[in-house]
Design a protein around this ligand. Structure first.
Ligand code: A3P
Length: 383
């Protein structure tokens, strides 16, 4: 109707050409209005997306999103922000977040940049460097806790995931390895952790070829508890595996332990250490007590900071004991609302093992432990 009315008023009634022109003009106006609306909408969506990203990065300040609880909900936007030179590394390793704060109240953008850099996702400054320090073992010793705790130090940047370079990926070359690392300033230490290095025969030689000055951290734990922890983890992934006793003994009644089972072998620390000492001085290796890491995390982290030549910044003030988790957790930083405990796979309830079996294993490990204490000059009191 409106169209007929308009065309009869403005345009001479018989002029079909003019009618057609008005019709096209009206359609064009509608189309332009539609385009404008779409552009306007995306303009209002994009800032909120940016806010989400910012919020995500802010949350990652709390720690590794994969391994620390309650910080899972920013994965997608973080991945969407990957810079080109990082894409390959992120794809390969699904890098997790890191955190570190120069000061509690830097400008928002500083916090974002700092974390992006620590994330290895989209760093803004510094260079990718080969690591100066490695947490090389041992599996189930408490390696994740040490990494997550030490990386809150402002002078430490760490890779969140395990690159397995010196055992599984060595043929990819040092440049590949360097490419995985977070950017660091000259004053900062680059770290990664891969617990299987400790029991990999070639690892010490390969690491000393990278740098003879590499600092090594080994988190050791009572080998009997460690093997049960290891078995508990495997069982949680593969419920059909044989019983602990079947795997641990060649002959249970005679107490002959099966040293070909890797979970048993890992705990024979002295054997592996001898291999490392062919390439590194003992003073280059720092042993963290997995037990004390739970009862006195600040004390253990104090010694780790000394070993790394860092100012003691991580102290008692950073930890609290979480009764629900049954482990120490990091207190919430000023900038976030969540405290940080390690994920569910850390601190599992162990499978129940016969007392007699435990005693047999204790007997088995004793001579190895004694030699280990003598070598490192410290009695870990596992016996
Ligand atoms: P369990 O799950 O057997 O208790 P890793 O990180 O090397 O795999 O070691 C895992 C072990 O770290 C856990 O073994 C747990 O005992 C120990 N651990 C030490 N400090 C911890 C902490 N603050 N939170 C959770 N687990 C911690």
């Amino acid at each position: 109707m409106a169209y007929r009315f308009l065309s009869s008023r403005i345009v001479p009634s018989s002029n079909r050409l003019s009618r057609r022109f008005i019709f096209i003009f009206t359609i064009s106006l509608c189309f332009m209005y539609l385009c404008y609306s779409i552009l306007f909408c995306s303009g209002t969506i994009m800032p909120s997306q940016r806010w989400e990203d910012h919020r995500c990065v802010h949350l990652k300040n709390m720690g590794s999103k994969k391994l620390l609880q309650k910080s899972h909900y920013c994965t997608i936007s973080a991945k969407a922000r990957v810079l080109p030179d990082e894409t390959r590394a992120v794809a390969l390793l699904n890098l997790t977040g890191n955190q570190s704060k120069h000061s509690a109240f830097q400008k928002t953008q500083d916090v974002v940049d700092h974390n992006q850099s620590n994330n290895s996702n989209s760093p803004k400054y510094g260079n990718k460097k080969l690591p100066n320090a490695l947490i090389v073992g041992v599996k189930k010793g408490g390696t994740r806790a040490v990494l997550e705790f030490i990386r809150i130090h402002p002078d430490v940047r760490a890779l969140g995931t395990e690159p397995h370079f010196f055992d599984r990926n060595y043929d990819k070359g040092l440049e590949w390895y360097r490419g995985l690392m977070p950017r660091t300033l000259d004053s900062q230490i680059t770290m990664e952790k891969t617990p299987s290095y400790f029991v990999t025969r070639e690892a010490p030689r390969r690491i000393s070829n990278m740098s003879r000055e590499t600092k090594l951290i080994v988190v050791v734990r009572n080998p009997v508890t460690r093997v049960i922890s290891d078995y508990t983890q495997t069982l949680s992934k593969k419920p059909d595996i044989p019983s602990f006793e079947e795997l641990a003994f060649k002959n249970r009644s005679q107490g002959i332990v099966d040293t070909s089972w890797n979970a048993i072998r890992i705990g024979m620390y002295i054997l592996h250490l001898e291999n490392w000492l062919q390439y590194f001085r003992l003073s280059q290796i720092h042993f963290v007590s997995g037990e004390r890491l739970i009862t006195d995390p600040a004390g253990e982290l104090g010694r780790v900071q000394d070993f790394l030549g860092l100012k003691r910044i991580i102290t008692d003030k950073h930890f609290y004991f979480n009764r629900t988790k049954g482990f120490p957790c990091l207190k919430k930083p000023e900038s976030s609302s969540q405290p940080r405990c390690l994920g569910k796979s850390k601190g599992r309830t162990h499978v129940q093992i016969d007392r007699e079996v435990i005693e047999q294993l204790r007997e088995f490990y004793r001579p190895f432990n004694v030699k280990f204490y003598e070598m490192v000059g410290h009695d870990f009191r596992w016996d």
